[in-house]
Design a protein around this ligand. Structure first.
Ligand SMILES: [Zn+2]
Length: 235
């Protein structure tokens, strides 16, 4: 009976399937993927910090030249003041206010510059931090990758053996039945199910009377009404 051959094929086919899924979920592989994500993330972080540093460097230039310009004006102002001392109380007050304004602006720039120096130190620390973490992860990644490559090559060999075994079983099955199996396999794993007290052994739903009748005739390939698995009677 073709269904028996298909059932036997399914055992080896599922072996290969499970093995392949185990390979995808190998702890080493998952760890490598996490480390790779982490490294990519650190690259992104580094770019962000570099962009902030560049922006700050531009601002620093602007503020430095503004501060120099103000300092020049203050110097001029003081020289002028010495050459032509203000006359009268009102004039003295006016010059005093002007000098004060210049000094306040200058000290505002000083404050900004000192804040930027602090920011700059912080950016340095951040960059150093990112570099250290990335280098540590990269070293772990490289050594794990070597071990994983060995593991992967061995797994590939084993998987190829399992697939060959499945192919050999598949040769015993009519192509149309095999095609049907492959179609079911796309949405249900495993693609075949035994009967379990009139229930589908795959999804556990009760089968309709019509489906049970077709099944007991034994001439037909019958699929579960609910999950679409190919149903088999097994003692
Ligand atoms: Zn079912």
């Amino acid at each position: 009976m073709q269904l028996d051959a298909l059932w036997n094929f399914m055992q080896v086919d599922m072996d290969a399937e499970r093995y392949e899924s185990g390979m995808r979920n190998s702890p080493n592989r998952l760890k490598l993927l996490r480390q790779r994500d982490f490294l990519v993330e650190q690259q992104g972080n580094m770019k962000k910090v570099e962009a902030s540093v560049a922006t700050m460097a531009d601002r620093l230039e602007v503020i430095k030249s503004e501060a120099a310009r103000l300092q020049g004006r203050l110097d001029e102002f003081l020289t002028e003041l010495k050459a032509n001392p203000p006359q009268g109380r009102e004039e003295v007050e006016k010059q005093k206010r002007a000098a004060q304004k210049l000094t306040e602006s200058l000290s505002e720039y000083e404050k900004q510059l000192s804040q930027m120096r602090k920011d700059s130190e912080q950016y340095d620390r951040m960059q150093k931090d990112i570099r250290t973490r990335a280098a540590r992860t990269k070293a772990e990644y490289d050594s794990l990758k070597q071990a994983y490559e060995k593991e992967f090559n061995e797994s590939q060999k084993k998987l190829a053996e399992l697939k060959t075994a499945a192919d050999n079983e598949a040769k015993k099955i009519e192509p149309s039945l095999l095609a049907r199996y492959r179609q079911v396999k796309q949405h249900a794993l495993p693609p075949m199910a035994q009967l379990n007290n009139d229930r589908c052994g795959g999804c556990n739903m009760s089968l309709s009377a019509a489906t049970r009748d077709r099944l007991s005739n034994g001439n037909d390939i019958v699929e579960c009404d609910n999950c679409g698995r190919i149903l088999v009677f097994r003692a």
